[in-house]
Design a protein around this ligand. Sequence first.
Ligand SMILES: Nc1ncnc2c1ncn2[C@@H]1O[C@H](COP(=O)(O)OP(=O)(O)O)[C@@H](O)[C@H]1O
Ligand SMILES: [Mg+2]
Length: 233
Amino acid sequence: MLTILKLRKKDKNEKRKRNVRFSCLPNKWIFRRKNAGFKVMKICISTFKGGPGKSSIAVNLAMTLPGDYGVITNDIYSPLETVLPVSRFLKIGRDKKFPRLPDNANIIYDLGGYIDQRTTGIIENSDVVIVPSLPEFLDLQITIDSIAEIQRFNRNIIVIITKTKGNEFSMACKVIRAFYDYLLLELKYSRAFPSIFEEKMSIQAMCAKGGLKGHHYKLVNKQFNELISEIQG
Ligand SMILES: Nc1ncnc2c1ncn2[C@@H]1O[C@H](COP(=O)(O)OP(=O)(O)O)[C@@H](O)[C@H]1O
Ligand SMILES: [Mg+2]
């Protein structure tokens, strides 16, 4: 584990910054760093495949991390507006440019589909790239292809195997490990994720509220907290 973390740090330091051209920010987009004392980060969540939980992870991170994170997505069908205030999300339509952002903006990019000219710079300039994957063999194959493409631009990658049941995580790890050494985390199959949108609350907040749901979501909340401590380094 330590070796992987060291490798990731080294890769990050060696990261070549590329000039990215962004369009201007829309007026509604507000960035404020209310609290001092937290790390400013650009977090990217990316994979070619739809459905492994990119948007759910993005929203739960934005609701849980301190620092007024905004979410930017190229998925115009993403249900972000149902849970995030208008000042904290931005949908970028097909062929539209991503905005240029202040350095002190905490941003989570939720990027679906293939990597294109618009997204390579974002991936390259992110502090960490999260690649979620379903545990089925065909999905893992797509994840392996996604990582091959993503690591050309950023090698500070965390792979998350999502919606796992039984021992699917260890099986999936074996497949990914045959190709890559990146940190692998698990987010089990849990009703907690659709609940984020139903309750308009982070998993952590639902757990804090207690009750039956809070109790049931404890395990996946713990798994999510592992992801948070990894990205906060
Ligand atoms: N770990 C999980 N367990 C159960 N359902 C999940 C999990 N992660 C996501 N989901 C559900 O799967 C569906 C797709 O998730 P979503 O975040 O929209 O994926 P993506 O953005 O990658 O297409 C949603 O209905 C979501 O609630
Ligand atoms: Mg999505």
